[in-house]
Ligand binder design. Structure first.
Ligand code: AMP
Ligand code: MG
Length: 478
């Protein structure tokens, strides 16, 4: 099936207009296709060979309207850096409709009712980052929005400097956020709050519709998914950067990629967002912020679920988080059965990594082949003695493993990626793309989608990050 044959539906528009604004994208001048993602074409059950690139361009630019599509922007609120903002909404995103369980959304496609002072645009730099990183996260087995394609244009957008405008077409099973509920709760529209909860149940939790307490069960699932997501982020060293409640997905997936980063050398207090002066969203704060955000959601849902039940569910957060993190870390270290002392083993490893300025990704990749030769691991640390001592403990722990060394290596190589899109790598693609060369973007898309495979021709993208680029901070303006 071809892109132009798709028929979309717009169930969100069956809600009262207070939930959205119907608004058309504002096209950019002379759009050019930067990249399309064959995997996402398959998600929409479209043929991915030889797609009609002009149609992709036109769809992203808002000049092609698919059958059934009625574009709209969604209204929501949110806590930004701890402070409540009563009305936000899709200020630069426009939803096209949904098909096969995916809601199609353009980001950067012009102003809406919710744009406030913004121009409704996105720059090429941040659009490349979102396009590639959402696919990388998916390949790492972390729930996330996806991306179908990316266009840019000669039309310039004003940020700290003039930059090329761009549009990403992103996909998610739901774009409802914690902040969507906060909007109706704080404006005291409890009837609409209930309508939104019913909508989300039908859209994303249909298995709970027949339960005795569907709202409570849905909240329980959101708590669990969010805790799990935080454990997943932590385990790969991902910092989101702007964990405001309007950027928290109600279905527990990673959304709204901004100044995110994968950690280079392990640093527990790492802050990737330049504007986050107090480190509210630092790497080690992410799990507790996940809970803080869920508390805001709980408050917003309080007209629908009794307070004590909400509290009960929130109390499970830390158990879900810890048990999932332990599971992930055990897999990263190839430990096939749990042991009480594991949390201490992991804690001391993170200490060793921090003291030895160890680059997380190459380290876990190298340890995936560890037998008895420690040299290749020790060279990754500036405090090799500490690492050596830790490896003594690890050796002891491995003796309790059931699987063979060979099987352990195989599993670990499927768990610890060789390729992670660190910021300096993304920057290479951005620099070339800004000059009109999109080859690196497309190379990185392939790398992002196959992070566990060896790609000898792209070996350099797996090296430890050069010193001058380590753990930099990124600007939020995008
Ligand atoms: P963010 O933290 O990037 O997800 O954005 C927070 C809010 O600001 C959301 O409501 C966005 O839609 C809105 N926003 C961000 N950038 C722009 C822009 N350039 N134009 C209009 N709205 C924007
Ligand atoms: Mg956002």
């Amino acid at each position: 099936m071809k892109l132009t044959d798709l028929t979309l539906t717009t169930p969100y528009l069956s809600l009262d207009p207070i939930f959205y604004q119907e608004v058309h994208p504002t096209p950019l001048k002379n759009p050019t296709l930067v990249s399309y993602n064959p995997d996402a074409f398959r998600l929409l059950k479209l043929s991915s060979d030889q797609p009609d690139t002009k149609a992709i361009e036109a769809l992203l630019n808002g000049t092609l309207t698919l059958r059934g599509s009625r574009p709209y922007a969604m209204c929501y609120a949110g806590h930004q850096f701890g402070y409540f903002v009563p009305r936000l909404g899709d200020g630069r995103a426009i939803n096209l409709g949904s098909v096969h369980g995916w809601n199609l959304q353009l980001k950067g496609s012009g102003q809406t009712l919710y744009s406030r002072q913004g121009d409704g645009r996105a720059v090429l730099r941040s659009s490349i980052r979102e396009y590639l990183m959402s696919e990388a996260m998916h390949a790492l087995n972390i729930p996330t929005s996806r991306a179908l394609a990316l266009i840019t244009s000669e039309e310039k957008v004003a940020r700290e400097r003039w930059e090329r405008g761009a549009v990403v077409l992103r996909l998610a099973p739901s774009w409802i956020r914690f902040g969507s509920f906060e909007y109706f709760f704080h404006s005291k529209r409890h009837k609409e709050l209930e309508t939104l909860a019913d909508f989300l149940l039908r859209e994303s939790f249909p298995h709970l519709l027949e339960k005795e307490e569907p709202y409570r069960e849905m909240f329980a699932e959101i708590v669990k998914r969010t805790a799990t997501l935080m454990a997943q982020w932590q385990s790969v060293g991902f910092s989101h950067g702007v964990m405001n409640t309007d950027n928290m997905s109600a279905i527990g997936i990673t959304i709204d990629y901004g100044p995110f980063a994968f950690m280079d050398t392990f640093e527990s207090g790492y802050i990737c967002n330049h504007t986050d002066t107090h480190g509210r969203y630092s790497y080690d704060n992410q799990p507790s912020i996940g809970l803080w955000n869920l508390e805001r959601l709980a408050l917003a849902l309080s007209p629908l679920i009794r307070e004590e039940k909400l509290k009960n569910e929130l109390e499970k957060y830390s158990t879900y988080f810890t048990s999932h993190l332990m599971e992930r870390l055990r897999a990263k270290l190839g430990l096939d059965t749990p042991q009480e002392s594991d949390s201490d083993l992991f804690r001391s490893l993170f200490n060793v990594m921090e003291h030895g300025y160890i680059d997380m990704t190459p380290f876990f990749r190298a340890i995936s082949r560890y037998g008895d030769d420690r040299e290749s691991l020790l060279t990754l640390s500036l405090a090799p003695n500490q690492l050596n001592e830790w490896l003594d403990r690890y050796d002891e722990r491995l003796k309790t493993n059931i699987s063979s060394t060979e099987d352990r290596h195989k599993e670990m190589l499927r768990t610890n990626p060789k390729y992670i899109l660190k910021n300096h790598i993304l920057q290479e693609a951005i620099d070339a793309a800004e000059k009109g060369d999109f080859t690196i973007v497309n190379t990185l898309l392939q790398l992002a989608q196959t992070p566990y495979e060896e790609h000898p021709e792209w070996e350099r993208y797996s090296s430890p990050t050069p010193n001058e680029y380590k753990n930099l901070k990124l600007s939020c303006s995008s």
